[in-house]
Design a protein around this ligand. Sequence first.
Ligand SMILES: Cc1cc2nc3c(=O)[nH]c(=O)nc-3n(C[C@H](O)[C@H](O)[C@H](O)COP(=O)(O)OP(=O)(O)OC[C@H]3O[C@@H](n4cnc5c(N)ncnc54)[C@H](O)[C@@H]3O)c2cc1C
Length: 183
Amino acid sequence: MLVSAARMHLEGDRRDPAWWGTPHVELMGRMRRRMIVIAAFGLTPPGAALELSDAGDARVSLPLSSGLERYHGETQRLLESILVRNGCRLVRTDFLDKSLAPEEGVHFSTAHQVGSCRMADAPSAGVVNAHGEVFGCPGLYVSDGACIPSSLAVNTSLTILANAERIAAGILDRYRLQQGAAA
Ligand SMILES: Cc1cc2nc3c(=O)[nH]c(=O)nc-3n(C[C@H](O)[C@H](O)[C@H](O)COP(=O)(O)OP(=O)(O)OC[C@H]3O[C@@H](n4cnc5c(N)ncnc54)[C@H](O)[C@@H]3O)c2cc1C
């Protein structure tokens, strides 16, 4: 996945291009033996947007604020310093867009979108209350990743599952349903 989505070269390789041809073959040869791919999951402040096009397609975007750019820079500096001090050589990565051209500037990607119906204490701060019930719409519940308030900085699915089970148990309680009857 990484190889198809990025151009990579060993730091310090001055050949041009260093991401293609012989340098690339050499890098792949090394990679087969020993390479660590690090993905940093961040506790970034909620800043993404989810928009619907006129055709109804959903589009997620993450505007790069100066705070986010600083956070990215500091995370990269920290991770790289740990690796270099432990004797690693860095592989530089240019991520590619859909036309296979390198992305400009800082590049983020995520498969862990959350928070489009954020859980909150009050309607001014979110869409659902702590029971997963939509403010102002009694009986309408959100129990998927949408109601997780913010980045988890870890893989999402177990938290989403645990929270959904908690909300389901709350619904059973609220309507005085038995497990069997609900099933
Ligand atoms: C490539 C990738 C790798 C990932 N790896 C991990 C991992 O290793 N560990 C981890 O914890 N998480 C991982 N995640 C994240 C995790 O998969 C998601 O956070 C989680 O599945 C989200 O759960 P959800 O219930 O909110 O949404 P989803 O699992 O997306 O469920 C939404 C469901 O709604 C259905 N749906 C959509 N629209 C409609 C409609 N109009 N009518 C009816 N049904 C509809 C969809 O078909 C889908 O079944 C990964 C995600 C991706 C994309």
